[in-house]
Each structure stands twice: as C-alpha cells, then as structure tokens.
Ligand binder design. Structure first.
Ligand code: CTP
Ligand code: MG
Length: 223
C-alpha cells in the first residue's frame, strides 16, 4: 500500500504533498512508478485525502498506462494520522495478499531494488522487514530541557525508510492493538516480534521540507 493522505504542512506547497509536482509529475506518480515496477506486487492500495480520490485514480491510471501495468489499484480515503491511513489501507487488501508493503508516497524516488530486498526477506521468513541506512551524525538523546542524557553507539543505529514489509497477519495484529507510532515496524516491535533491517538507499529519502524537494529534483536529474 502507498500512504499518500498527509497534508504536507512542512512542505507548505498549499496542496497535499503527494500531488506536488517534481519535474512535472506529482510525487505520487513517481512513487507509483517504483511500486508498479516491482514484479511481485499484485495489488496496490492507494490511501489519499478524501478530497483527492479522483485525482489519485487519474495519476495511477497514467502510470499504469505508461508502464503497461494491469496491477489493480484501489483508492481509499486516509485518516487523521499516518497510522490511521495505514489501518484504512489494510481494510482494503484483497484476500489473496499475505505479504504487505507499507510505503510513503513522500519517499517517491525509492529504487525498485529496495522493494525487491524487502519482499525477498519477508518471503524468506522474516515477519517484519525495514530498509535502513547507517547514520553519519552522532545521535544524542536529550531530556525535556534539552540536556543530553545519552549517546547511543552510532554503529548500532540505522535510519529507517519505507517500504516496510510484513507478514499480513502480524501487521493486522499490530494495528488491532494501536496504530500510533511513527512507523509500522514500531507497532510490530511492541508485539514482541523481531524486525529485520535490510540495506536501504539514499534515494529513498523522504520529501518533507522544500530543501528535500530540491534534493529530490537533483537526484532525478542525475539518475
Ligand atoms: N500520511 C498519510 N496520512 C496521514 C499522514 C501522513 O497517509 N494522516 C502519509 C503521507 O502522505 C506521507 C507519509 O505518510 O506519504 C509520511 O508522512 P509525512 O512525511 O509526515 O507527510 P505529511 O503528514 O503529509 O507531512 P507533514 O507532517 O509535514 O504535514
Ligand atoms: Mg506528517
């Protein structure tokens, strides 16, 4: 599923982030190119703002035509928080699906190889898989007053991305408890299930701010 129902307040473009153009194509279009190029994907659930369902369907139609894809795309309205949107997407999955990928439309340039690595690891037996990259900055944990309370060993840290992949039953069980977390793997961790990290990719960056959009434009121009 592709979650694209956010407002994009930090980008501040005056329209939902997934519909903001990057080199003339909405971020959602770029994201769908990646998803629909992944050979193992059998259904795409597209979670969008209620106001943008038709526009989303038109973007999806365009990408399907461009790629010659016949993969069904189901468009559903999202919720207030990201977790609510994922929960809405889960309810729209077909019966035949047993591996679910949750992908942020905002990570619109994620290479197909990342999708393939995540799917392969779930298919090989992991219940939850996230792409991650080593962090370059030293990360500090701080208290409410801004004082450092700890410095985690950097070599043990990963910045995680999407698509995150799950055995469907495990993700549904996690969302049945709560949908509140910054990522879906966090919910699965609370169940006590093990989450595997596979290699992510810098091109899977999340477009959050105007400077991220510029970075994405540069990546697109040089790839
Ligand atoms: N998302 C969603 N439903 C929400 C909130 C977020 O589907 N209620 C999606 C966004 O569309 C995005 C992904 O989750 O693809 C990551 O969220 P984020 O980058 O925070 O996007 P926004 O919430 O749109 O941005 P902001 O927080 O700046 O408003
Ligand atoms: Mg947000």
């Amino acid at each position: 599923m592709v979650v694209a129902a956010g407002s994009g307040s930090r980008l501040g473009a005056g329209l939902p982030k997934a519909f903001v153009p990057l080199a003339g194509v909405p971020l959602l279009g770029h994201a769908l190119r990646g998803v629909l190029s992944c050979a193992t994907v059998v259904q795409v659930v597209l979670v969008v703002p209620d106001t943008h369902r038709e526009q989303a369907a038109a973007v999806a139609d365009g990408v399907c035509r461009e790629l010659g894809s016949v993969t069904p795309v189901t468009v559903v309205p999202g919720g207030v928080e990201r977790g609510d949107s994922v929960a809405a997407g889960l309810r729209a999955l077909g019966d035949e699906v047993d591996i679910v990928l949750v992908h942020d439309a905002a990570r619109c340039l994620t290479p197909v190889a990342v999708f393939d690595r995540v799917v392969a690891a779930v298919a090989a037996g992991a219940v939850a898989v996230v792409p991650g990259t080593a962090v370059v900055d030293t990360i500090k944990q701080v208290d409410a007053d801004g004082f450092v309370v700890g410095t985690p060993e950097r070599s043990a840290l990963r910045a995680v991305q999407t698509p995150q992949g799950f055995r469907r039953d495990v993700l549904e069980r996690a969302h049945a408890v709560s949908s509140e977390a910054t990522d879906d793997a966090g919910l699965v961790e609370r169940l006590g299930e093990r989450v595997l990290v596979v290699e992510g990719d810098p091109r899977a960056l999340k477009v959050t701010t105007p400077s991220d959009l510029e970075a994405a434009a540069r990546l697109l121009a040089t790839s």
